[in-house]
Write a protein that binds this ligand. Structure first.
Ligand SMILES: [Zn+2]
Ligand SMILES: [Zn+2]
Length: 105
């Protein structure tokens, strides 16, 4: 019958200093992360922290396509975060795990 009700496929990914990453996400999963166009009319002008891409360290420009990660809402250029996520399933900035299963579209 139901022997392990508490077993869950979700693994809490708190190992911030883990360097031997077990690999990233598939291209198909990455494409399910919502893509938006960066606009400099975004809510807060003073939020300089989120105005440049932590992967390539370039500023975002209006009309650039960016992805906002589902948990932390950090944004990165599409091409930057895509190549990152292929190797690491976590945010380059805050290391929050990216669990695409939790996105409901
Ligand atoms: Zn970038
Ligand atoms: Zn983040």
């Amino acid at each position: 019958m139901q022997m392990s009700l508490l077993s869950t496929p979700f693994i809490d990914n708190n190992d911030l200093f883990e360097t031997g990453s077990t690999g990233g996400m598939s291209r198909e999963m990455i494409n399910r992360i919502p893509k938006t166009r960066f606009s400099d009319a975004s809510n807060c002008d003073q939020d300089t922290e989120n105005s440049c891409c932590s992967v390539c360290l370039q500023d975002f420009r209006a009309q650039h396509f960016v992805r906002a990660l589902p948990h932390c809402q950090h944004i990165f250029h599409v091409q930057c975060i895509d190549s990152w996520l292929l190797r690491h399933a976590s945010c380059p900035l805050c290391r929050a795990g990216v669990h695409i299963d939790h996105i409901h579209m």
